[in-house]
Design a protein around this ligand. Structure first.
Ligand code: ATP
Length: 810
């Protein structure tokens, strides 16, 4: 930004708090500093803007500037970093334990270290509020005055649709507010007002309900879903023990996302959401019939989820207590109600609620730097795996339109305004929860579907299998489990799966089918014979790189064995996330969460005793995904991956960085820092070597220890995100198999010829889900290192290190 005036940017959190808001503040502050901006926080949301600073003379001293004495290309940049005193954490009184009083100060200049360690904290440390004053022109005039007084010309607002509406109102009104300040003669007390003709605003959506349109996810929603699923998983065992029914009320006034995703991820029997009330009215029979069917096949527990804003098709509210009465009176079930309430908001953010706000915070700063009066204000969103910018008001208007459509009882419209993922999840729920046999396909379209797990166990494998089995049964297909991979197939370890048999599989980690790494070329002819003998019409393989390799072998084998002329799909599931082209595999989110949990504890212990650097070793084979994204989610100082490798130059620079960083820490405080190292990052600079090196070099400044997370990273219970994604992708796989099976049936000859496209891998690429024929995958695969040739997270290592202030090597 040389030659230009520094952008002064402030960040505030508003509306209901959500997990991940602290990560937003950290990311905006640090990305802002890295881009040469001056950074501020506004306490207590818009209320803080309206109140401003009582004593403008004595407050907002710049935090101490500590130049980092670095050499190299990044020295200029890093020397300009401003390090605060790291004492911004407030206690309940608005003051803070360190003595830097903030009473009467709502707009506070912050530095680099003020936002240290904010990742693991729930809620928002800078406070949030619902401000009546900001809804008035007078309030917004005061807010404008207070911002200009501090010279702030850019604002990041993190909140729900109300907060973002407020942001847009503020921006569009801005010229009028300035004119009014001038007419009141206030401009003479302000810094040159000319540069404030345009207020730059960007919105980030912090909302646990996931109720904003034009983005797949809002910050805080994944953590809330974690809390709900944990509760349901706990309730499941007691419900089954006593054969009880439980009715759970979850948050969501206008949006059923939490209820829906919890229903899909935790395997509920029935859900009530505002966008899609029960089809019939009165609805009691519909619910009771569904639950009776489940009980009839032997189900011992019943879970019904009710969104806070649920209602029937005439907009009459549906309350949890009433649902309980219906289940008790009509079905004679021993029924209990559990209202989760504010437990859904609280707690440590899950991995995704650290990664998403970090990436979005960086994007928000970029959007502010590129803002012009002609461009609209943007909201930063996400589509599948792509961070997006969308016009803020369009997103708010679309969100409002959903509520309007519901109020007008136009539920078809309400659903059409929700994101495709929402609608797919709803289909997924109906396909996997309901036990219908009356809508089955005609005999000629039915398939015998073989399902197999391959490679190491990964979270979500069982949920994907359950979804496929339930879908098969609904359609009239026969789901057949192949236990223990191709070895199991050769040993005839095969059996038909039932609706009830897979009921509890969503929450189970590991692999219920059993899995190993044996490829079909161990005896391809015998494998083909088994396919023929069991009359498989389709194959679903759930697994990692081995499943991809196996699919290649089977597709290639089609030239010799007619039994392989059936549709075959690979659904990637591996914690390493090393399947080429796809940006996510099932299990990778579960592992990231296991890593985050472990690192939070390690960091706490590292800080508790003395300055300590913990070198944490992760799994991942030759793929650095888990290490890199884990480092982003934990705020690690350094990350070592096989893709980037390790050498003496980087290690020397890393030691220098750690020494300087510890040298700059506030005296008397002990700090723990994390270094994450993939197990194969280097065969020479092992975890042990690196740990000893840091210990030796740390001298009096810091100590070093190591921890190897090993198989704990396979995670226990799969994360809700992995479960929900498993259901969605598995059902897409089933539709794919049906489509190619139908095409094969149309071929006149008895000997069918499957096209190469019918052996494919389902992938997530950017904002879309794509089918890639296995033949085409090969060119994207690094077979020697068992990973893709390109890694979308490659640049994230630089971001991780930038956000802790490590200079990049030239
Ligand atoms: P949640 O999703 O948790 O309800 P929200 O951001 O939607 O979050 P709201 O209470 O609707 O929460 O809005 C938060 C604040 O945003 C309000 O207290 C108010 O200060 C401001 N705000 C909302 N709507 C407007 C508006 N139309 N004009 C000005 N300010 C507004």
């Amino acid at each position: 930004m040389s030659g230009q005036q520094k952008m002064k940017l402030a960040v505030l959190t508003s509306g209901g708090d959500s997990a991940g808001m602290n990560a937003v503040v950290r990311s905006v502050v640090r990305a802002g500093i890295l881009k040469g901006c001056e950074t501020w926080i506004v306490r207590e949301g818009y209320e803080g803007l309206v109140r401003g600073n009582v004593d403008a003379q004595n407050v907002n001293k710049d935090p101490p500037t500590i130049p980092l004495p670095l050499n190299g290309a990044d020295a200029d940049l890093i020397n300009n970093l401003r390090f605060g005193d790291g004492e911004l954490l407030l206690d309940g009184t608005g003051d803070h334990p360190g003595g830097r009083t903030l009473i009467g100060r709502y707009i506070v200049r912050v530095g680099w270290d003020d936002v240290r360690g904010w990742f693991a904290q729930g809620g928002t440390l800078i406070g949030t509020a619902r401000s009546t004053a900001f809804r008035t022109v007078e309030g917004r005039l005061a807010a404008a005055y207070n911002l200009i007084k501090e010279g702030i010309d850019a604002l990041v607002v993190c909140g729900g649709d109300g907060s973002l509406t407020g942001a847009d109102v503020f921006r569009s009104e801005w010229p009028k507010l300035i004119a009014e300040l001038r007419s009141q003669g206030k401009d003479m007390f302000l810094p040159p007002i000319a540069r404030h003709g345009h207020l730059k605003i960007v919105g980030l959506v912090g909302s646990i309900d996931n109720d904003m349109s034009m983005t797949d996810l809002t910050i805080g929603a994944p953590t809330a879903l974690h809390r709900i699923c944990e509760a349901i998983d706990n309730i499941n065992s007691t419900a089954a023990s006593h054969s009880r029914a439980f009715v759970l009320e979850v948050m969501g006034r206008h949006c059923g996302w939490l209820a829906l995703l919890a229903g899909v991820s935790a395997g509920a029997d029935f859900i009530f959401i505002p966008e899609r009330p029960p089809e019939t009215n009165p609805w009691e029979d519909e619910m009771c019939d569904a639950i009776k069917r489940h009980r009839k096949v032997g189900k011992r527990k019943t879970i019904v989820i009710v969104a806070e804003g649920a209602h029937d098709s005439l907009l009459q509210p549906i309350r949890a207590e009433y649902v309980k009465d219906v289940l008790t009176d009509r079905l004679g079930l021993d029924t209990r109600v559990t209202t989760l309430g504010h437990t859904q908001r609280g707690g440590r953010p899950c991995a995704f609620d650290r990664i998403l706000p970090t990436l979005q915070g960086v994007e928000a700063v970029n959007a502010l730097l590129e803002a012009t009066p002609e461009k609209p204000s943007y909201m930063i969103g996400i589509r599948e795996n792509k961070i997006t910018r969308v016009p803020l008001m369009e997103a708010v208007a679309m969100t409002r339109a959903v509520a309007d459509a519901i109020a007008a009882k136009d539920f078809t419209k309400a659903m059409s305004l929700r994101d495709p993922e929402f609608c797919e999840s709803l289909d997924g729920f109906f396909s996997t929860a309901a036990l219908y046999k009356e809508k089955q396909l005609p005999e000629s379209k039915r398939m015998r579907v073989a399902i197999m797990h391959m490679g190491a166990p990964a979270g979500g494998m069982n949920a994907a299998t359950r979804a496929a089995v339930r879908y098969c049964i609904r359609q009239g297909h026969t789901p057949i489990a192949i236990h223990n991979g191709f070895r199991g197939l050769l040993n005839d370890n095969i059996h038909e799966l039932s609706w009830l048999g897979v009921d509890n599989w969503t929450a189970r980690g590991g692999s219920e089918l059993g899995t190993n790494r044996t490829l079909p070329d161990v005896d391809l002819g015998a494998v083909a014979a088994r396919f023929q003998e069991h009359n498989f019409h389709a194959l679903l393989m759930i697994g990692g790189f081995e499943a991809f390799s196996a699919l290649m072998i089977l597709e290639n084998g089609r030239q010799y064995y007619p039994a392989f002329h059936i549709p075959m799909v690979h659904l990637p599931a591996t914690l390493s996330n090393n399947v080429p082209l796809t940006e996510f595999s099932l299990g990778s989110d579960t592992s990231l969460n296991a890593l985050v949990d472990a690192c939070d504890s390690i960091k706490q212990s590292a800080s508790a005793s003395r300055n300590r650097v913990f070198v944490v070793e992760t799994q991942g084979g030759k793929c650095g995904y888990l290490a890199t994204m884990g480092a982003l989610a934990t705020g690690a100082s350094l990350v070592y991956t096989p893709e980037h490798g390790m050498n003496l130059d980087t290690l020397r620079a890393d030691v220098r960085f750690l020494k300087r960083r510890y040298g700059l820490d506030a005296k008397g405080r002990s700090e723990g820092r994390l270094v994450i190292r993939n197990e194969t990052a280097s065969s020479v600079y092992t975890t042990d070597v690196v740990t000893k090196m840091f210990k030796e070099e740390g001298g009096d400044l810091f100590d070093s220890r190591s921890a190897s997370l090993g198989h704990t990273l396979q995670g226990g219970i799969p994360s809700p995100m992995d479960r929900a994604r498993a259901v969605r992708l598995s059902l897409k796989c089933m539709a794919f198999l049906e489509r190619y099976h139908d095409e094969l049936q149309k071929q006149p000859s008895k000997v069918k010829q499957a096209e190469p496209e019918s052996a494919a891998v389902i992938t997530i690429q950017g904002s879309t889900i794509k089918w890639v024929p296995v033949k085409d995958m090969v060119q994207h695969a690094d077979m020697k290192n068992r990973r893709g040739k390109t890694a979308w997270w490659g640049d994230i290592k630089d971001l991780v290190e930038a956000l802790v202030g490590r200079p990049q090597l030239t």
